[in-house]
Design a binder for this molecule. Structure first.
Ligand SMILES: [Zn+2]
Length: 415
């Protein structure tokens, strides 16, 4: 079942566009202070800009930070429909090499092991990645085992551009104004921070940056970082009797005082956690770096208080000033931004159903650029882009999943 006429010519366009994007090296770099964080991101940015102009988008622009915007005007008689935005990021994760990506296309996949690299015998197997079984009969695009693929989020980029091209080629489809946005540096958490929401001019938008077909996300964690410092007293071990206070040993005690079953590896769904990220320690001082996460606002506040309370109890036992804690807010659950605006979620869910997809609404156990944008005044849930096994050499995407994403975009903007 399909609501758009996506023939082999359009499949080909989508596939070729995606392949040409992933071949362009555009890894971002958290160490860099510039925007984009890497010069190489300009290569794909400029490529996308040229494409948008060629397709016939209006007001195509790229600013000094590499943020790309372009528009398709409404073709409706009345002007009462909101401008709807679609956003994706063109950088790829620094977690794994994105240089010299050699995508491979596997038609009519039959559930077998795919040897991606004969030299290294690097194999993508459904015995390890069960999700592959959902793609029997489909066309898969994979790596050659040496790099990531970059479907995160060049699948999203290719889908948005192709949907725009499709709408321009089909003026009989009546639609409101569509805004397209492409950003650098999402993978290093800086995709949204220089996004000009006012210039973009959309009433709401969707990031096309999720994974599996049907994913629809408008909830993410509330997030804070907590640094606990524990002060000891260093004395020569030979003269330490009754004097030395070993911060490392105290830290071990403090760590044990937090609930063992509220960590990332013991929680899922809507369960929050305390996560001990890093420990640096010697006798005189120990620094514990935690992150605190919870979807629920009240529980999140309670978790921060709990951390402070544990530090207070610790000081009661070991003496005032032994431990101190500093808690910093990181980001908020975007859900609050959708209060009274659930039509934005409903519209996406309806567009999926029309395309024969059952929406899978789930909460992100992390943050997203969309959350930041939502707090900057642009409500922005996240929709699947189709890619799987992000940020590594097992990354793959099915062409059919990307087609479905194009269809969902078209269904959202059509009146
Ligand atoms: Zn992404």
């Amino acid at each position: 079942m399909s609501t758009i006429e996506f023939n082999s010519m359009w499949r080909e366009k989508l596939l070729n566009r995606f392949i040409s994007y992933v071949k362009i090296y555009s890894t971002s770099d958290a160490e860099s202070e510039t925007t984009p964080s890497t010069e190489r991101q300009w290569n794909i940015a400029n490529y996308i800009v040229e494409e948008l102009k060629m397709i016939g988008l209006e007001d195509v622009s790229i600013d000094e930070n590499g943020y790309i915007m372009g528009y398709i005007p409404s073709n409706l008689e009345s002007n009462d429909k909101p401008t709807i935005g679609f956003i994706s990021h063109y950088d790829t994760s620094p977690d794994f090499s994105g240089e010299d990506v050699k995508p491979q296309v596997w038609e009519n996949y039959q559930g077998e092991d795919l040897v991606l690299n004969k030299e290294t015998n690097f194999t993508l197997s459904p015995s390890k990645f069960e999700s592959l079984k959902k793609h029997i009969g489909q066309t898969l695009i994979t790596t050659d085992g040496n790099t990531l693929l970059g479907a995160d989020d060049k699948a999203g980029c290719a889908e948005i551009v192709t949907a725009a091209e499709y709408l321009i080629a089909h003026p009989e489809i009546k639609h409101g104004r569509m805004a397209l946005g492409f950003t650098p540096d999402e993978e290093i958490g800086r995709g949204a921070h220089k996004f000009d929401v006012a210039k973009f001019g959309a009433e709401f938008a969707y990031t096309m940056d999720g994974s599996e077909v049907g994913e629809l996300e408008y909830e993410n964690f509330n997030a804070a970082g907590a640094v606990v410092k524990i002060h000891g007293l260093s004395v020569h071990p030979g003269y330490a009797f009754g004097k030395m206070v070993n911060a490392s040993l105290l830290a071990a005690e403090f760590i044990q005082s937090l609930p063992a079953n509220e960590t990332p590896s013991t929680t899922k769904g809507f369960d929050g956690f305390y996560h001990l990220m890093d420990v640096t320690s010697d006798v005189s001082e120990c620094k514990l770096q935690y992150i605190i996460r919870d979807h629920d606002d009240e529980k999140f506040e309670a978790r921060k208080k709990f951390m402070e309370q544990k530090v207070a109890e610790f000081n009661e036992k070991h003496g005032e000033g032994t431990a101190e804690v500093e808690i910093k807010e990181q980001y908020r659950n975007m859900k609050q931004q959708f209060e009274g605006k659930m039509h934005i979620i409903d519209l996406a869910a309806k567009a999926m159903k029309e395309a024969g997809i059952e929406p899978k609404i789930k909460a992100i156990r992390g943050g997203t650029d969309g959350a930041q944008l939502s707090y900057m005044g642009l409500p922005c849930p996240n929709i699947f882009a189709g890619g799987m096994n992000f940020h590594g050499p097992y990354e793959y995407v099915a062409l059919e999943s990307m087609e479905k994403a194009v269809e969902v975009i078209v269904n959202i903007v059509k009146a």
